[in-house]
Structures are given as C-alpha cells and as structure tokens.
Design a protein around this ligand. Structure first.
Ligand code: BTN
Length: 330
C-alpha cells in the first residue's frame, strides 16, 4: 500500500466541497508538487474523477466503483482487521491465497478481489464470484485459543455480515449454520478453514462471499441465490458494507478472544431462523425430520424427531434442507 497515495485520497475525501491545493498536499506529505501531480494522474488512471483548477488545486468529484484498498482504508476505524489489504483484480480463490501467505503477514490481513475464478463454497461446492459486483474476501487470523473454539469464527462472521446489513436497513436471516438469507434466497456464505495442531491454531482463514450488486444469476442458481441489489432494488456501496463488516467482525472477534463465546452464541441463537421450527436435515445423504430445539455450545443443531429422540448435527457433513413453522407442511 502506497502511503502517499492513500493520504491524498484521504485529504481529498475529507474536503468534499473545496479544492485542496497542490502546495498544501505537497507540504503535508513532504513530497514535491510534481510527485503530487503524478499521483493524481495515477488516481485518475484508477478511475477517480478529480477536477484540477489552476491556482486552486484538486477536488474529488467521484470515486471509482471498485473496491480498491485506498477507498476502504482512508476511513477504516479498526485496529487490525482490514488494516493490511492485499487486493487482486482477479484470483482463483481468496481462501487459497490466504492459506498461501498465512504466517508471513500480520493477523487481520485481508485478501480481497473483484473476481474469483475458482471460488470455493462449503462441502466442495463452487462459489459463483463474478467481477465487479460482489464482495469476495478472506481474513487471516492467528487466534491463541484452542482449536475446538474455531467454529465460532464462522459464527461471528455471520453475525458481522447480518449486523452490517441491518445497519444499512437490510434485514437478513441467518440460516443454520451460517448462510445469510434474504427473501428466502442465499445472498452470502462463509467458508472458514483452519490449520492447527491438536492443541494450538497455526492460522485460521475466514472467507466471506456476498452477492451485492449482481443483476442476474446463472440458470442453475437463480432459484436459490440472489443479490442485495436484486432483492432491495438498490445499488449497494460495497466499500461501506466492507468497512462495516470489518468493524463488526473485530468487535465480535475481541469478544471471542476474551472468552465470551457463550454471549456470542446467545446472540447467534436469537438470530437463527430455524430454531423452534420443523426442519429437514440431510446428513451425509441420510434425511432426518423433526423440530429444531436447540443449538449446543459447540454450535451443533439439536433436533427432536417424531419419536422424541434428539439428534445433534454439526455443519461439516450436514445441510439444513428446509424449515417451516409448526403446523405447516414441508
Ligand atoms: C458457502 O458455501 O456458503 C461458503 C461460500 C464462501 C465463499 C467465499 S468468497 C471468498 C472466499 N474465497 C473462497 O474461495 N470462498 C470464500
């Protein structure tokens, strides 16, 4: 990340209604006016619309509709999450890249891309990640808790996505374990991966995919997946959303680091759509029907079947196929 370019972006953003003079930029950043002018050219090249006026300086008219790091970083208020962003125009999978560089970068580093060529979903599925319209990113973490707490990372990721959308007046549901649903269609998913010894985590990668501004979906997905834009009818500011998620994620992550997982689980349970509803579970191809009665401290979904027998399911080999209100037919 180039610090001077970032500072220029910040100063232009902080003065939306006035020109910032080349001299002021040059004094503040300790570089020549020619250097400033070259950075301005570079920013224009990246898609920034910057007006320049002789004797007055520069004014930002419009930022590019891209998730470039400068746009995120100039107003980021976290301590660690997203402070170091590795951005790619396109990449196979941000989770794969994160695993490649984990251990060599600080905790909280984010791999972010405009397009994934081989986006990965849960249970070996592919994750559709077209260019320019979604948020596809992975957060690298080095938590110092025991590996059995790691599933909570996925829980807090789901909470932070749900909360950030709620702040933008978009009310979503969390479908167990961690799909984000809007109007019965999936708009975001989370894939966490872990590298650990029996009693210590080497690194964790939390991959988050959000369908933001897509106008359409391929035939095979359009009945189950949708985007925020399709469902709300509005173009969503991806940079704002990402900033909110980083902020929220960090807050929940700190709770987890300070052993507040029971509190986190309570918040999560309150947001889970399927609790106290009738559900159909597919566990390794075997179908179970019953009522979802609880979520255990480990995040397992507990269902009671027609005979009153309880079954617990963990996400690895299980999917929640359907749920409905008591009395409705599945
Ligand atoms: C799911 O199946 O619900 C999980 C989808 C996770 C997709 C995200 S997109 C960013 C990150 N990189 C990947 O390859 N996958 C995750």
């Amino acid at each position: 990340m180039n610090k001077i370019r970032l500072e220029i972006v910040k100063l232009l953003h902080q003065n939306p209604d006035s020109f910032v003079s080349g001299q002021e930029l040059s004094d503040k950043l300790g570089v020549s006016r020619t250097t400033i002018s070259n950075y301005i050219k570079d920013l224009r090249h990246k898609g920034y619309k910057i007006k320049s006026k002789t004797n007055k300086g520069y004014k930002l008219l419009k930022s590019p509709d891209m998730i470039i790091p400068e746009e995120i970083l100039w107003k980021l208020s976290t301590e660690k999450i997203g402070k170091n962003i590795k951005f790619y125009n396109e990449i196979d999978s941000t989770n794969e890249k994160a695993k490649e560089i984990a251990g060599k970068v600080p905790g909280g580093t984010v791999i972010l891309t405009e397009k994934q060529k081989k986006g990965k979903g849960r249970r070996g599925r592919e994750w559709y990640s077209p260019a320019g319209s979604g948020l596809w990113f992975s957060i690298i973490l080095y938590p110092d808790f025991q590996p059995d707490k790691a599933p909570m990372l996925t829980v807090l990721a789901a909470l932070s996505v749900e909360e950030s959308l709620d702040d933008m007046n978009i009310a979503t549901d969390i479908k167990w374990p961690n799909d984000i649903i809007l109007n019965n269609k999936k708009i975001a998913g989370i894939l966490s991966e872990l590298n650990a010894e029996i009693d210590q985590i080497n690194y964790a990668v939390v991959g988050i995919g959000i369908n933001v501004n897509q106008d359409s979906f391929p035939q095979n997905l359009k009945d189950i997946a949708s985007s925020l834009k399709i469902e709300t009818g509005k173009n969503i500011d991806r940079v704002n959303l990402l900033n909110n998620i980083f902020y929220s994620f960090e807050r929940y992550y700190k709770m987890l680091l300070s052993d507040k997982e029971e509190e986190l689980l309570k918040i999560w349970k309150n947001k889970l759509k399927c609790l106290n509803k009738r559900v159909v579970i597919d566990s390794n191809g075997k179908i179970y029907r019953g009522k979802a009665v609880d979520v255990s401290l480990k995040g397992e979904l507990v269902i009671k079947d027609e005979k009153g027998k309880e079954h617990s399911f963990w996400t690895g080999d299980t999917s929640l196929k359907e749920w409905c209100e008591e009395g409705e037919k599945i």
